[in-house]
Design a protein around this ligand. Structure first.
Ligand code: NDP
Length: 293
């Protein structure tokens, strides 16, 4: 069976081009979308994500502020910085890079961001609106997954969709989006996790299989229904002594083993990853547009 590659890099590039035009139009009305990203500590992966977000903002013509705070920053100090950004009219989106050092309570920080500037959509107000079907912002990775399906012409209505993984940032919200009424939704959704009995039997029912587990090559060929559409959010670093860096990135799905059984699949890297940042930029633009409404 010929399997279609769902090219997230290309689709994210198209979304960024659309966004750049919308940013230019908004600037003509006197508003430059602004995103502030706060990083606490020196985690190298987080530093890289923060840099990428700043660079993409600038590429799209948006205003970008990166605030780097030492690991020893107190929760109170961080909350004060957020308060300042909540009141800053140049800033439309605020994002605190997770994870935070263990002495800072993540929920306090997320709830301190004004819901109108919560472009990660992790604030309970925005989570609630998404589940109720009237979202302000959608969380970036789940929204990116939904866009991959929509823009690849994958019909979700009436389909059996199985999501493996129930994190608050990927699994649960993806399931919520697929079950909403309307385009990119209307699926019959099953959410599986580490306590699911006979996972293979569940995943083999999936016409659309979405995986966010964090284990390299976790989904094997025998767990996939022939003709399924597979979205692989997994991003796992594995040793690769033959490569220049000594490692490479792989997904949660055994790509080589399933690629001739499924109808379509996202690669890793180049699938879900680039969509996450594109959707974050889209949320920042919407937040800025909302100030005119
Ligand atoms: P979490 O670790 O928060 O959640 C993993 C989920 O997988 C849990 O719900 C867990 O179940 C489930 N799980 C673990 N083992 C099994 C098993 N044996 N069988 C079934 N389910 C299992 O991960 P995230 O959702 O944060 O991330 C998942 C992956 O997606 C990671 O590789 C991460 O790097 C990647 N990711 C990629 C992003 C992108 O932009 N491309 C953004 C965010 C994440 P339980 O709840 O029962 O423990």
């Amino acid at each position: 069976m010929a399997c279609m590659l769902i090219d997230g890099k290309k689709i994210a590039g198209e979304i960024q081009e659309e966004l750049a035009q919308e940013v230019a139009a908004l600037k003509e009305k006197g508003v430059t979308p602004g995103l502030a990203v706060i990083l606490v500590g020196e985690d190298p992966a987080s530093q890289m994500y923060v840099q990428m977000k700043g660079r993409t903002c600038k590429k799209l013509g948006m205003h970008s502020e990166t605030i780097i705070l030492p690991d020893a920053t107190t929760e109170q100090e961080l909350l004060q910085r957020i308060d300042g950004l909540n009141a800053d009219p140049r800033i439309h989106g605020i994002l605190v890079q997770l994870p935070l050092p263990s002495h800072i309570r993540e929920d306090r920080v997320i709830e301190a961001i004004h819901p109108d500037k919560d472009v990660d959509a992790f604030h309970p107000y925005n989570v609630g609106r998404m589940f109720a079907g009237s979202p302000s912002f959608l969380p970036a990775t789940p929204a990116g997954i939904q866009q991959l399906l929509l823009r690849s012409g994958v019909e979700t209505a009436g389909k059996r969709a199985v999501v493996v993984g129930r994190s608050n940032i990927v699994g649960k919200p993806v399931a919520a989006l697929l079950m909403q009424k309307g385009p990119g939704g209307d699926a019959t959704v099953t959410l599986a996790h580490s306590r699911t009995r006979d996972l293979g039997q569940v995943t083999r029912e999936a016409e659309i299989l979405i995986v966010a587990v964090g284990k390299a090559n976790f989904i094997s060929r025998d767990m996939v229904r022939p003709g399924a559409v597979i979205i692989d959010a997994g991003t796992n670093k594995v040793d690769d002594p033959g490569s220049e860096k000594g490692y490479r990135w792989v997904g949660d799905v055994d790509f080589e083993a399933v690629k001739d059984v499924c109808a379509a699949i996202t690669p890793v890297p180049g699938g879900v990853g680039p969509m996450t940042i594109a959707m974050l930029m889209s949320n920042t633009l919407r937040a800025a547009e909302n100030t005119l409404a």
